[in-house]
Design a protein around this ligand. Structure first.
Ligand code: 13P
Ligand code: SF4
Length: 300
């Protein structure tokens, strides 16, 4: 079947099913073509919270679909590709959080949204790349246990020196954001191109950046210049090209998230047609995870 036919089928089935399609910025352009909401993790969580449709289809990775379900427990949440996970999220377990908490009883626990529902259930708050600084600042605690991304933890620490960020587990990172080379960035800068880096990049990459931003904020920043080097997943170059047709974007083809690319238009059509890939979160962790997400969502 051609891409055009698949897009037509997906749009027809979406209307018939009264489904809302939410897609992360890194998804393929043809998935974006049929999505109702395209955004970063915070924008997708906010859209899921406000959704009124009986079926939510999450084109992204598992923690995003789990978040949509936790915020809408009475809806059907589907993932066209249920195997799409996030290796960064898999770094952290509730046991590690609880044992660190026993060591630092006065600390609050903030988990990055790129974490399992079970980790969210034992945290005080969730955060995203777009609001991590705001969330940590909002908590009265000086010590903050923070995981699983040690790079985002070090970014938050650099912005909030009065807090003591305790990163867990050791070495938690996203392999996609480790693909950038400081030497390339020095060359990019000397040719007059500005750099935007995602906070999941390591400190030696962030040090070269003109701006550090979530994927949702990148387009807004890009409109203030003409040529940009983007240190995040390569799919963001297509997304920024759609949003900012007057700007040029370059990046690194090796910075590819295999899980984000698992969702195809074909699978989306099958998912809408057969209602496959229903996401489940065990009842006993739903409430705790919802509390942590709701804390995050009420912080201005
Ligand atoms: P954003 O919320 O900035 O889109 O980041 C999500 C993510 O998984 C980055 O790799
Ligand atoms: Fe996870 Fe990294 Fe992929 Fe984002 S890019 S979903 S953090 S593996």
């Amino acid at each position: 079947m051609t891409k055009r036919n698949l897009i037509a089928d997906a749009l027809r089935l979406k209307t018939e099913r009264k489904a809302l399609i939410l897609a992360h910025n890194y998804q393929l352009p043809e998935v974006h073509a049929v999505a109702d909401v395209i955004g970063d993790s915070l924008e997708l969580a906010l859209a899921a919270q406000k959704a009124t449709e009986p079926i939510l289809v999450l084109c992204g990775v598992r923690f995003m679909a789990e978040t949509a379900l936790i915020l809408n427990p009475d809806r059907m949440v589907l993932m066209p590709e249920p195997d799409a996970g996030c290796p960064l999220a898999d770094f952290l377990t509730p046991d590690v959080i609880l044992s660190t908490k026993a060591q630092y009883p006065d600390a609050a626990v903030v988990v990055y949204i790129n974490s399992t529902a079970a980790c969210k259930a034992v945290a005080d708050s969730v955060c995203t790349s777009g609001n991590a600084v705001r969330i940590v600042k909002s908590l009265p605690h000086r010590q903050i246990i923070f995981g699983p991304d040690t790079n985002l933890a070090s970014y938050v620490q650099s912005v909030l020196p009065d807090k003591e960020i305790i990163p867990i587990p050791e070495g938690g990172h996203c392999y996609v954001h480790m693909q950038f080379d400081p030497a390339d960035l020095t060359e990019v800068k000397s040719s007059g191109i500005q750099i935007i880096a995602h906070p999941e990049c390591p400190p030696q990459i962030r040090a070269h950046a003109d701006h550090i931003a979530s994927t949702g904020k990148m387009a807004e920043i890009a409109k203030t210049g003409s040529s940009w080097y983007i240190c995040t997943e390569v799919g963001m170059l297509d997304r920024l090209g759609e949003l900012c047709p007057d700007q040029t974007f370059v990046g690194n083809e090796n910075a590819l998230c295999a899980d984000m690319k698992k969702t195809t238009l074909q699978e989306l059509v099958v998912c809408l047609r057969d209602l496959t890939g229903q996401v489940q979160v065990p009842q006993e962790i739903m409430e705790g995870a919802r509390k942590s997400l709701e804390y995050m969502l009420q912080v201005p």
